[in-house]
Design a protein around this ligand. Structure first.
Ligand code: DUC
Ligand code: ZN
Ligand code: ZN
Ligand code: ZN
Length: 468
């Protein structure tokens, strides 16, 4: 089966060029000069005239079915990967979970069982370590060597749930330094946050807004700096800060990067577009819809502006979603009367490609930087490149035809995520996902869905190819 994507402008991290993309089976066979490809025969032709052709999006941070706060994230691997496909994302890297007290490999097996046979697009896993001990350190080596899992997430937040202390973090970093893995860090000082949370509740401050107020930016900055220091003590273990939201944390990352260190960070669309004031303005308990950690920040501080700048300078290398959806009814509502019981998370896996394209329209990012932050760098960062993340011969034919003249209106009535609200309700994007190809198969076209569950494959990842 061959496919020719004709007439478009192919965007990669190093530039844009008019080219036709020839796909043979699951792979890209060639990028052709448009005048030459008049003579090429293909079984199927997609007209991309006036449109961009980009590599399928890679969302390196999702939580399908994550058990959290007495409930579980509302997208299954089936619904979540289908929504991702609708939005131009053709690969996710989800977080498998070792719960505290559980054998790492058992946690991984449980995650494979959830995903296998259910995914609409290709998927890989990071591993959350819920308890660093000698067995977990050995398991890290085994996962890198045998399972294609080359990144491990640790938490400086959530004492009693996922939390690791500094000694545990240092040991995991030393192990990663040896086996080449990436340490991913949820950098918030959870011990101090828990004190602030208890004090707020004791004062009767129970509304959703106190979630953000009790997680101040200073405690993200402090934890980020501490993680960076610990990574330096571990002989420059590769470190990736997840869901970075605060200017001060970004400064700490930038400083380490200016020293030439293997310190990287991602941000998420919610920190670029949504603010604490949006949450404060919501009536009644509805602010719970925007409860996530790290929290939304105040528009009266320069965080969002600085994050866009960080994306331009590569101090922020990746945009992921931290897709962790909960319905308002019965899930977010668990926190009525006590904000600390609101399950943390925002669903957005469907909207990342569009929301960051809006940054191009708004003059925040170049087209090339859009593609780099949503596809190419995540692939390189997490050992999927060049199979994924680039429109080039030999790579998987994961393509998005993006229409800069289209419009997308985000809302609960039209989204495909399993959520009863949208955190971005009413947002309009000056662009539109037109066609999505996953390993040579057209899965979204003309506003219709042609994929099916189970077609997505598990990807074994290599080590990061992004290290300096
Ligand atoms: N943050 C969230 O918002 N949800 C899940 C876990 C996390 O760290
Ligand atoms: Zn986190
Ligand atoms: Zn710099
Ligand atoms: Zn997360």
């Amino acid at each position: 089966m061959s496919l020719l994507v004709k007439g478009g402008t192919v965007i990669g991290p190093t530039g844009a060029q008019p080219a036709d993309v020839l796909v043979e089976g699951e792979k890209i066979a060639a990028l052709l000069d448009p005048s030459y490809s008049q003579t090429v025969q293909a079984d199927e032709v997609i007209d991309a005239t006036g449109k961009y052709v980009i590599p399928g999006g890679i969302d390196a941070h999702t939580h399908m079915e994550l058990p959290f706060g007495g409930t579980a994230a509302s997208d299954t691997f089936e619904t979540g990967t289908r929504a991702a496909a609708w939005g131009g994302t053709t690969t996710i890297i989800d977080f498998a979970v070792q719960r505290t007290g559980e054998v790492v490999q058992d946690g991984l097996a449980a995650w494979h069982a959830k995903a296998e046979g259910n995914c609409h697009i290709d998927y890989a896993f990071h591993m959350i370590l819920g308890g660093v001990d000698t067995d977990a350190l050995k398991a890290m080596d085994q996962l890198v060597a045998d399972e294609g899992i080359t990144s491990f997430k640790l938490f400086m937040a959530y004492p009693g749930v996922f939390y690791s202390d500094d000694g545990q973090i240092l040991r995991a970093m030393q192990t990663a330094r040896e086996n080449g893995a990436m340490i991913m860090m949820h950098a918030e000082n959870g011990i101090a946050i828990d004190v602030l949370v208890q004090q707020a509740l004791a004062r009767g401050e129970t509304d959703p807004i106190y979630h953000g107020i009790t997680r101040p930016a200073a405690l993200e900055t402090e934890a980020t700096s501490r993680a960076i220091t610990l990574a330096s003590v571990a002989q420059d273990c590769p470190l990736y800060i997840v869901h970075l939201s605060a200017s001060g944390a970004l400064e700490a990352v930038a400083e380490a990067r200016d020293q030439g260190r293997n310190v990287f960070a991602e941000t998420c669309p919610q920190y670029l577009y949504l603010t604490l004031e949006d949450q404060l303005g919501a009536p009644g308990f509805e602010g719970a819809k925007w409860v996530c950690s790290t929290p939304l920040r105040s528009k009266h501080e320069p965080h969002a502006k600085d994050l866009w700048k960080g994306l331009r300078s590569n101090d922020l290398a990746v945009v992921s979603t931290d897709h962790c959806p909960f319905c308002f009814k019965d899930q977010k509502e668990l926190g009525v009367g006590d904000f600390s019981k609101i399950p943390n998370g925002i669903g957005g896996v469907e909207h990342r490609v569009d929301l960051i394209y809006q940054g191009v329209v708004d003059g925040q990012l170049s087209l090339e930087r859009w593609v780099e932050t949503i596809a190419t760098t995540p692939a390189r960062m997490f050992g999927l490149y060049p199979q994924k993340g680039i429109v080039a011969p030999g790579s998987d034919a994961d393509l998005v035809v993006y229409d800069p003249n289209g419009t997308t209106r985000i809302g609960v009535e039209t989204h495909h995520m399993n959520m009863d609200y949208s955190a971005y309700e009413g947002t309009e994007i000056a662009g539109r996902v037109d066609t999505v190809v996953s390993r040579g198969e057209v899965i979204v076209a003309d506003g219709n869905y042609h994929g099916r569950k189970g077609r997505g494959k598990y990807l074994r990842r290599g080590l990061s190819s992004y290290l300096v």
